[in-house]
Design a binder for this molecule. Structure first.
Ligand code: PNS
Length: 161
């Protein structure tokens, strides 16, 4: 069984993230969408809310399951017996950052490799940061949020923005 982990803060999950997870699910036997804590960011949604949104977004993918983890990614991947981390890159800035993260995770877990998938051009401008800004200004989100997560997002956002 070849297992991959798609990690991220997913605050919230976007159509760009889901595209990455779908592509990973076509390559690996099993994909764990891992909702994590990014110590550099103050999230809009709690870990539990982000997990709920990720779960709803990926519910149509039989070999994908979403889990939450507030520890070290390399430890999580080792515990799950994952072969690889899968991350998306939208351009040079993402690439530089993700290659550094890949090296750190390999230092922490030498058998763990990182697969970088280029984002589809039509998703290059989509980020959780942009989605949070749109949420604050009550803009339509159906082009940016996976269809499966929309009703959960609408429920969760009540009282948040
Ligand atoms: O979507 P993001 O915010 O770019 O994802 C970054 C994330 C959550 C994958 C990264 O911050 C992370 O791996 N956090 C868990 C702690 C960890 O393992 N850090 C790297 C080694 S110090």
């Amino acid at each position: 069984m070849k297992t991959a982990v798609c990690p991220g803060s997913f605050d919230p999950i976007t159509v760009g993230h889901l595209d990455l997870v779908e592509r990973a699910a076509a390559i690996f036997d099993e994909v764990i969408l891992c909702v994590m804590v990014n110590g550099e960011k103050r999230p809009m949604f709690s870990l539990e809310e982000r997990l709920e949104l990720a779960r709803a977004a990926a519910a149509h993918l039989p070999n994908v399951r979403a889990e939450a983890c507030d520890g070290l990614l390399a430890d999580f991947a080792r515990e799950k017996g994952a072969l690889a981390l899968v991350k998306g890159v939208r351009g040079g800035t993402d690439f530089d950052w993700e290659t550094q993260m890949a090296q750190i995770n390999r230092d922490l877990c030498p058998q763990l490799d990182t697969v970088l998938l280029p984002a589809r051009p039509e998703h290059n401008h989509i980020s959780s940061t942009m989605v949070r800004e749109m949420l604050r200004y009550h803009q339509a989100l159906d082009r940016y949020i996976p269809a499966g997560a929309m009703s959960a997002l609408q429920r969760i956002r009540q009282g948040k923005v």
